[in-house]
Design a protein around this ligand. Structure first.
Ligand code: F3S
Length: 280
């Protein structure tokens, strides 16, 4: 079997930075036994398990952490979480991705100027919840075109996007949003790592018989890669987390297979899968 890896895949800059920061902190003895992560550091079960074994405890609620250091992951958190952590005397290890930080800053700046903030993204995603927390939790969140039917007209609207939003979906929504405000300021904040991975996956899916998408089942950017590949290969796109998930019986029928991976997939998992496929 011939296996081709997409031009862009796997760890993005922000995730790599968060992982490196965490490992650096783990090496500092004084925090080793008392380091918590607010939510799983990345959407990858294997990495989270490894970190847990090394002493990083995962908490969903800042109120459950009483001492030590707390890692803010690449998705970022609301302004309020920083205040609570500070009041509790926690040491904050801030691994917010700079691209997410930029969106938080835009949300705060334009909210203070009297704009309504619109976030194009998934209202349940931690990144979106975090951004909303920089504009007093008053943003309108638009997941899809359906949501547009429920929103009123605004005077001044400032639009940002979740970094992992699909570019096509963003463009469809932004085009229609023009009709919903007297004045509109738009920031296409979809991360370049997301765009590159989506485009590379699309190009590769057109050249191969089947696509393997590697990444956490709950990872938003991986799910987007899956849908992009499914549009081109509806019956031959496989989403796996690890080498054990490969549906070998199905895959054996193909001679040329493409591989892509979400932004929170470590290199060793990608290599393991490529190795397995190449030996078929
Ligand atoms: Fe940051 Fe983009 Fe990754 S926003 S966390 S570099 S997908």
């Amino acid at each position: 079997m011939k296996v081709i890896l997409a031009d862009y895949s796997g760890f993005c800059f922000g995730v790599e930075k968060a992982i490196n920061t965490t490992f650096e902190e783990l090496e500092k003895k004084q925090v080793k036994d008392n380091i918590s992560s607010l939510g799983p550091l990345i959407h990858n079960n294997q990495v989270v398990k490894d970190l847990e074994e090394k002493g990083v405890k995962v908490f969903e609620d800042i109120n459950d952490i009483s001492t030590g250091s707390v890692i803010v992951r690449s998705h970022g958190v609301s302004e309020e979480i920083y205040e609570i952590a500070k009041d509790k005397g926690l040491n904050i290890i801030d691994a917010t991705c700079p691209f997410v930080r930029r969106i938080q800053n835009i949300a705060k700046k334009y909210h203070d100027k009297g704009y309504t903030i619109a976030i194009i993204g998934n209202p349940k995603h931690p990144e979106v919840i975090g951004i909303n927390g920089w504009c007093n939790n008053e943003a309108i969140i638009i997941k899809d075109e359906e949501n547009l039917k429920q929103i009123p007209k605004f005077d001044k609207l400032c639009v940002v996007a979740q970094t992992t939003m699909s570019v096509d979906q963003y463009e469809k929504i932004i085009e229609q949003l023009e009709n919903y405000a007297n004045e509109i300021v738009k920031f296409n904040t979809i991360c370049s790592a997301t765009k590159e991975r989506q485009l590379a996956a699309k190009n590769l899916a057109e050249k191969v018989e089947a696509m393997i998408v590697i990444g956490g089942y709950h990872s938003s950017n991986t799910q987007k890669l899956v849908s992009i590949c499914e549009e081109i290969k509806p019956d031959a796109t496989y989403h796996v987390e690890t080498v054990e998930d490969l549906p070998l019986k199905d895959i054996k029928q193909y001679k040329i297979v493409g591989v892509t991976a979400g932004a929170s997939t470590p290199k060793w998992i990608i290599n393991e899968i490529i190795h397995k496929l190449s030996n078929i």
